[in-house]
Design a protein around this ligand. Structure first.
Ligand code: SF4
Length: 333
């Protein structure tokens, strides 16, 4: 049995200091970390409990009209907060699409940013090959069952996907992650927070040693009138996305003046569909334009043996999500 020391941090700076010791990990809601520890996938030597740090569990408006969601706000509280529901319905929908009610009640938004892939070979230590769990060991999913794996941005070292719904909405909204480290605070755009696997699939994020997530900042709301989060999964609840789409639009009549599309379930990080956004922006929204934009979103997709269906599914999901966001009918998934 591994021995683990436990420390309860009184404040953020104390937590950061404690976390400089190698093998330290922060624990908040623990909904992913405890599973990883029980399975022997993650073996911290020191747990730093951050749940008693004051000031990290609130939601507050920012001077620019944006919103700051503290890292310790529970997913269910964030989803149902009046300002999130009213100003960022895309994010509220994404929260409510994730996990189960019990897990949402426990999981924090900071932990949601940090949750790890659900690749079954990563979780099952009986499989020796997993570069994410054991760097240099190989990737069992390449020749194994890879129906749920990546079609975009993968590498020969890892084809896992980010499992979060919240992260997809945050990508579409251009959120910023605030972190505190030994040298002070810094702000990390969400697009730079999660990594593609490259040759270091053991690293999910760009966080440095001991850095603590303190909050997520949302820019002023632009998309409260036209937003939709669509999650396609094998069963209606408590399942991870095969493909998800966060679609957010600004519109002038039927013309799209600003488009944001992010995909989940397709890559190691939330995937912004920049080409699709550009094809929609400045144009009337019609079926042909939308289908062309959806095709552009997956033009670089590469399927594994079992997941070619995701390439078509992603396009259909984009069409449906954008139509829903725009208040149009149409799109079959
Ligand atoms: Fe491990 Fe990534 Fe391969 Fe899954 S896809 S077995 S997480 S290296």
């Amino acid at each position: 049995m591994d021995s683990i020391s436990y420390e309860r941090a009184a404040d953020a700076n104390g937590a950061v200091r404690a976390a400089q010791q190698p093998g330290s990990m922060y624990i908040g809601g623990g909904t992913n970390l405890l599973d990883l520890m029980k399975g022997g996938v993650t073996r911290p030597v020191r747990l730093i409990d951050i749940t008693h740090i004051s000031g990290l569990d609130s939601v507050a408006t920012l001077p620019d009209g944006g919103l700051r969601i503290g890292a310790l706000v529970r997913n269910s509280d964030a989803a149902n907060h009046a300002l999130v529901r009213e100003r960022y319905p895309l994010l509220s929908q994404a929260f409510l699409a994730g996990a189960s009610a019990q897990l949402r009640n426990m999981a924090t938004v900071g932990g949601n940013l940090m949750q790890r892939t659900r690749c079954s070979y990563f979780y099952d230590t009986a499989f020796a090959q997993c570069n994410k769990r054991q760097p240099g060991s190989g990737c069992a999913a390449l020749e194994g069952i890879n129906r749920t794996h990546a079609i975009l941005g993968a590498s020969p070292q890892c084809i896992a996907v980010n499992p979060s719904d919240m992260n997809v909405a945050l990508a579409a909204l251009d959120a910023v992650v605030r972190v505190r480290g030994p040298s002070g605070e810094r702000a990390v755009p969400i697009g730079e927070f999660h990594r593609l696997p490259g040759d270091r699939p053991d690293l999910d994020t760009t966080l440095q040693l001991g850095e603590l997530i303190t909050a997520i900042d949302l820019p002023p709301p632009l998309f409260s009138d036209h937003a939709h989060y669509l999650k396609v999964r094998d069963r209606a609840s408590y399942a991870f996305a095969l493909v998800s789409v966060a679609a957010a639009l600004q519109m002038n009549g039927n013309t799209v003046t600003n488009a944001r599309i992010a995909l989940g379930g397709v890559a190691h990080k939330p995937w912004r569909a920049n080409a699709a956004e550009q094809m929609l922006t400045g144009h009337p929204l019609d079926d042909a334009t939308l289908r062309a934009a959806a095709a552009a979103a997956v033009s670089d997709a590469r399927a594994q043996r079992d997941n070619a269906f995701k390439i078509e599914l992603a396009q259909r999901a984009i069409v449906r999500a954008v139509n829903q966001a725009a208040g149009r009918s149409g799109g079959v998934v």
